[in-house]
Design a binder for this molecule. Structure first.
Ligand code: PLP
Length: 466
């Protein structure tokens, strides 16, 4: 199995190089050159099987044999062994035919654990086989950083450096990062904003000498290794509700389009999905794109679902490429126009294809709060604000003939203030996290200065070559 870039001008790579590289050298995103197929009998066979087994079965179809099946199985076992629910990603029924797929039973209480727990182990495995080390750097406003730190802590061949803007994350989010005391974990509080952190991150990658000597890597949501791990729960959830013999719909609270694109991958592999519904908060670029055919960047508005407060939805490029008949030159042209003028128009055929498979809706702040209240009043269910955006949209797209599965991306205790203000109920942290607020923290405070950051990283990274 080879991987090609959405912009058509980067070398094709195997699975391991694709995962280690992240972004393609032409600025594009990697996709498999063809979609592996899953037969109806195989889908039916996924029902009632452990998540790690289904993950191994599905992901093995993407590795081109570069990772031995037994090793892949051990990686999946270990990754999903960190989840606190025996079903890994259980379904909960809120009303007849409306289900919540809970993706937050991992160590940091958000769905990013599903992909990150897998990716960290795969990367470490690849580096061991190659006798190499790497340095992972990232910038976070909350969820991604804690999921990455939890996943990479204690890995033999990888050091991880995560920047967050000082005093600008929630206390729970900060503590989830800074109370991890493993030697290979480095939390950096930057004197600045999240945008400053992102600019510093770019600065590290743009310094070619530094990038090579540190063997720099990233684990952001465009990494193919994250997408592929997220396809698994579409299969397990659909199979549990009678797939492939009946279709199911999914609603996905969406930011960078990684989670919902994994659903599109499942569909292209043969999972009979009716509609994939894109749910956005007031940052509704994707909903406007489906309505008008024009992808147009606007300012970011802060909402109570901060992990979806985005301006540019990076994985959407993968869907653009697919819907343009996998034309890399056309995709590159559209993205270039986005860079120049802040927008592009989808070609007619591409737009028609996207509208056939997807719907989109927006839940504003008042509606998000109302969705949390309704879930509690009607179904005794406490939803976090991201999940509530999905529930608000899902109810508008119900088809009586099919189950609707709304993805739940975070535990309510991750966003206690918003949940309490909407419902009057203060969500409790799970018992196994109860000591979080008393644990020792470790972090380094650095000024918003690239040179200082480079010196810090090179001084601590075990991959650094003098
Ligand atoms: C990252 C995140 C999302 C958005 O997922 P994408 O793959 O970026 O669309 C939604 N909810 C939560 C809680 C998240 O952390």
């Amino acid at each position: 199995m080879k991987y090609i870039s959405t912009r058509g001008r980067a070398p094709t790579l195997g699975f391991c190089d694709t995962v280690m590289t992240g972004l393609a050298s032409d600025g594009g995103l990697y996709l498999p050159e063809r979609w592996p197929e899953v037969s109806p009998d195989e889908i039916a066979g996924f029902a009632n099987r452990p998540f790690a087994e289904v993950a191994t079965d599905l992901i093995a179809r993407f590795t081109g044999g570069e990772i031995a099946d037994a090793d892949l199985g051990a990686i999946a076992e270990a990754a999903y062994g960190t989840f606190r629910h025996p079903s890994t990603t259980p379904l909960v029924e809120l009303s007849p035919g409306l289900f919540v797929l809970e993706l937050f039973h991992g160590p940091t209480l958000a769905f990013k654990d599903v992909a990150m727990q897998f990716l960290a182990r795969v990367m470490d495995h690849i580096l061991t086989a190659r006798g190499k080390r790497a340095t992972i750097v990232g910038a976070t406003s909350g969820d991604t950083g804690s999921a990455a730190i939890e996943a990479f802590r204690g890995r033999d061949n990888i050091d991880i450096f995560i920047m967050h803007p000082r005093d600008r994350t929630s206390e729970v989010q900060r503590r989830q990062m800074t109370t991890v005391l493993a030697d290979n974990v480095h939390n950096i509080a930057i004197e600045g904003t999240f945008d400053d952190c992102q600019a510093l991150l770019k600065g590290l990658f743009n310094n070619k000498d530094f990038r090579e000597r540190a063997s720099l890597g990233a684990v952001n949501s465009i990494n193919w290794g994250r997408i592929v791990a997220q396809t698994v729960y579409y299969f397990t959830a659909a199979a549990a509700l009678g797939s492939p013999w009946r279709k199911v719909d999914f609603t996905v609270p969406t930011g960078n389009f990684g989670d919902i694109f994994a659903g599109e991958v499942a569909r292209r592999m043969g999972l009979p999905i009716g509609k994939l519904v894109i749910a956005t908060n007031e940052n509704d670029i994707l909903k406007r794109t489906l309505d008008t055919g024009r992808y147009e960047v606007d300012g970011v508005r802060p909402t109570m679902s901060p992990s979806m407060d985005i301006q540019v939805s990076s994985n959407f490029e993968r869907l653009v490429f697919e819907s343009c008949g996998r034309d890399g030159a056309e995709t590159a042209r559209l993205i270039a126009s986005l860079g120049q003028s802040g927008s592009f128009a989808l070609p007619e055929k591409a737009l028609a294809q996207i509208r056939a498979g997807f719907a989109a809706g927006t839940t504003n702040e008042a509606e998000t709060a109302a969705a949390m209240k309704a879930a509690l009043d009607l179904s005794l269910y406490l939803a976090d604000p991201h999940t509530a955006v999905g529930l608000g949209v899902a109810t508008r797209f119900r088809d009586a003939a099919r189950p609707m599965i709304a993805l739940s991306t975070a535990h309510p205790a991750k966003f206690p203030a918003a949940v309490a203000s909407a419902t009057g109920v203060e969500p409790a942290l799970p018992v196994w996290l109860a000591g979080l607020m008393d644990r020792e923290e470790r972090l380094t405070l650095l000024p918003n200065d690239l040179k200082t950051l480079e010196d810090f990283v090179s001084g601590k990274s075990r991959a650094w070559e003098e």
